[in-house]
Design a binder for this molecule. Structure first.
Ligand SMILES: Cc1ncc(COP(=O)(O)O)c(C=O)c1O
Length: 367
């Protein structure tokens, strides 16, 4: 078994504190403790409940019709949930199918655990939407886990309810689980999908407060499933990693999720306004094209083929000279001409960032 750094996290670590115009991030504008008006003085800094605070699990369970707090484990972000589930369900040599592009951890974790990871690549030409038939063709007798992320990062695409049901029907007759990463589901405002774990005990949903709530520094997420064996093993794994959650984060998460609708509404206003800004900009571009992101807070445009530019040079010039941040396609093991645009930040800064993208391209391109 071995672990390697993700190019995405290396890129973030290099530039995220050096730039001014962030048009690559995948969260709505980050909140500070002062924005939340929460008094933390009474919080005891003792070890917490290993599955997470009961009142917090109770609130989260209500997002999953038919679920109770015993079906929820609160984790250190969706990242820990992803790790815990993979470590619970797969062994070295198992075949794992992971939707791609995706948050890289979703394939790096099973790779690191020694699995045979098969990327299930979404195509620009198909609006980055997965089809059950294509996925089924990848299943082998060794397949143990399928990993899907919708709304998708980095493309903003959404699996249709019908295709999701077809995939669930396929796994229910086999010894295969689905990990469904719903980290962006609170930013799915038009015909949102039902939480996938409520559709089958073979599905484990994972989610987080990082993106829709602008609280990535809280490091709080969760997993939800009705499969008792998975819950037991997941708890064993999480106890090996972190024992329990950060007490301060659990208090903040409880207070924020008590007012979920208010926060989601703030995200909605921001996303609608900013996505329009980016869509208007891209419609005027001769050199870039994208698939309109149906949900979430990111899109995955590409530099058109006729543009004679080295993409990596563009992204670095943008970061280093124009203090503007996008995420290169290579960070998602996709063609370099793709890059992730994030529109969760302040509108004025997004406009400047997009303008900087034009300026940086003009500086490099040879017609
Ligand atoms: C799809 C997806 N899952 C999980 C994560 C990790 O989120 P967290 O901050 O909750 O660990 C990310 C972060 O970018 C993501 O995009």
């Amino acid at each position: 078994m071995w672990f390697q750094r993700m190019e995405l996290e290396d890129w973030f670590d290099t530039y995220q504190y050096k730039i001014e115009y962030d048009i690559g991030e995948s969260a709505v504008k980050t909140l500070g403790v002062g924005d939340l008006d929460i008094d933390l003085n009474a919080i005891l800094l003792r070890y917490g409940y290993h599955k997470g605070r009961p009142d917090l699990r109770d609130i989260i369970a209500q997002f999953y019709p038919g679920f109770s707090p015993e079906h929820i484990i609160v984790t250190t972000g969706a990242s820990e949930a992803n790790f815990v589930i993979a470590a619970s369900l797969v062994k070295p040599g198992d075949h794992v199918i992971v939707e791609h592009p995706n948050y890289p951890s979703n394939y790096e974790v099973p790779r690191s655990l020694g699995c045979d990871v098969d990327l299930f690549t979404l195509r620009f030409e198909n609006e980055f939407r997965p089809l059950a038939n294509d996925l089924e063709a990848k299943i082998t007798p060794q397949t143990k886990l399928i990993s899907l992320t919708h709304p998708n990062n980095p493309t903003g695409s959404k699996i249709s309810r019908e295709e999701l049901q077809k995939i669930i029907d396929i796994v229910e007759s086999k010894d295969i689980y689905i990990i469904f990463d719903e980290t962006y589901s609170d930013m799915d405002f038009i015909n949102p999908l039902p939480p996938a774990a409520t559709l089958s005990p073979k599905v484990i949903s994972i989610s987080s407060l990082s993106k829709s709530y602008g609280l990535p520094g809280l490091r709080t997420g969760w997993l939800a499933t009705k499969d008792q064996d998975v819950l037991n093993t997941a708890l064993a794994v999480r106890e090996q990693i972190s024992i329990a959650n950060n007490a301060l984060s659990e208090e903040i998460a409880t207070r924020v999720l008590t007012e979920k609708d208010r926060y989601v509404d703030m995200a909605k206003q921001r996303i609608h306004k900013n996505r329009d800004i980016v869509a208007d900009w891209i419609n005027q571009q001769e050199n870039f094209e994208w698939v309109y992101p149906e949900a979430g807070v990111v899109g995955f445009p590409r530099i058109k083929n006729h543009v004679a530019v080295e993409p990596e040079k563009l992204y670095r010039l943008l970061a280093e000279k124009y203090k503007t941040f996008v995420v290169p396609g290579r960070c998602f093991e996709m063609e370099p001409k793709h890059f992730r645009l994030g529109f969760g930040g302040e509108s004025e800064k997004i406009k400047i960032g997009l303008n900087n993208l034009n300026k940086a391209l003009a500086e490099l391109v040879s017609y």
